[in-house]
Design a binder for this molecule. Structure first.
Ligand code: PLP
Length: 330
């Protein structure tokens, strides 16, 4: 009902698994650790962008688009999942990478080629120059009579995570124990804003711990707040509580910067793999788990309140991150 007036294509037929982290929990002396597996989706290797693409491509089809464009680095999960959704929907997809062509293709860029996406490399320029390249590309396609749609609008993308928040709450209700604390990466904002908005529609039962993988706190809120406002307009509802009331931001697990690993995030990847057979990449989820483990070790999350890692996916990127693990273990 909340979304019935908004165009949406279904790419995810079922809820992603919410599973206990039993072995890791035993190691830490807790029985209330969970993981929300947004890395496990039937489409394209899965990941958070699938939820956003349901609304981006819904809007694209409503506008009569006949070509979909996504931009990012060759390792971008947005690009991979856009190519996957376009493959399934039979839409031509163009990917723009601000890099030279990697050789050999690996990780996401290999998958993009397998899915038949057309890939353009605009050289190692910044995001602004890449954006200008994309606009020029869209302009020239329009001049040829095509109808391009560029994915990425933050508020439209955030709708997918408002829906995800409700999906999670319904799953959490069926568990034998409560889950109160959710951990997620803090990056460009759509995922976080969507979750914050969706969870705060439900009151104060859940707390969202956002671990920065990219920006300092002030910059993050500059990105996130306008999305929250736009979600209110798009959905025509306002949350029962101020989303800020259920949010905590952590800047201290970022290390040297975006996509630059810290020793403790690499340890966190090893720990989850060794305890549970679950793989995290180092750009996003490794730092989130590092933050979650640190707070658990500090006993900052009372037993019985339930703690969940929200795995946003991106596992194929791990195959390009091997060199980060090359130094011997302490
Ligand atoms: C894009 C991405 C994020 C960040 O999502 P935002 O909504 O841009 O903050 C987190 N995890 C993975 C795996 C991603 O691909």
């Amino acid at each position: 009902m909340l979304f019935s007036h908004l165009p949406r294509v279904r790419l995810l037929e079922e809820a992603t698994p919410l599973l206990p982290l039993e072995h890791l929990g035993r190691q830490l002396g807790r029985q209330d650790l969970w993981i929300k597996r947004d890395d496990l989706m039937p489409l394209g290797g899965g990941g958070n962008k699938v939820r956003s693409l349901e609304f981006w491509l819904g809007q694209a089809l409503q506008q009569g688009a006949d070509t979909i464009i996504a931009a990012g680095l060759p390792a971008s999960n947005l690009c991979r999942l856009t190519a996957a959704a376009c493959a399934r929907l039979g839409l031509p997809c163009i990917l723009v990478h601000n890099a030279g062509q990697p050789a050999p293709l690996q990780g996401n860029s290999l998958l993009n080629e397998l899915m038949g996406a057309r890939t353009l490399y605009c050289g190692a320029v910044d995001e602004e120059a890449r954006g200008a390249y994309v606009q020029a590309l869209a302009g020239s396609l329009r001049a040829e009579g095509r109808r391009p749609y560029v994915v990425g609008d933050p508020a439209i993308g955030a709708l997918g995570y408002v829906a995800a928040a409700l999906e999670f709450a319904a799953q959490a209700e069926r568990l034998s124990q409560p889950v109160q604390h959710l951990f997620i990466s803090a990056s460009a904002g759509p995922t976080e804003a969507g979750l914050l908005f969706g969870l705060s529609l439900l009151g104060t039962s859940f707390h969202l711990h956002m671990v920065s993988v990219e920006y300092e706190e002030a910059v993050f809120w500059q990105l996130c707040r306008p999305i929250l406002v736009q979600l209110g307009h798009l959905l025509g509802v306002q949350p029962a509580v101020d989303p800020m009331q259920i949010a905590t931001f952590y800047g201290d697990f970022l290390g040297p910067g975006y996509a630059l690993p810290t020793p403790s995030c690499l340890q966190a990847v090893r720990r989850l793999a060794a305890a549970e057979g679950i793989f995290l990449e180092t750009t996003y989820n490794a730092k989130v788990l590092d933050g979650m483990l640190t707070l658990l070790q500090r006993e900052a999350l009372p037993p019985g309140e339930g703690v969940c890692l929200w795995d946003t996916g991106g596992f194929p990127a791990l195959f390009g991150q091997g060199a980060q693990f090359a130094s011997p273990q302490p």
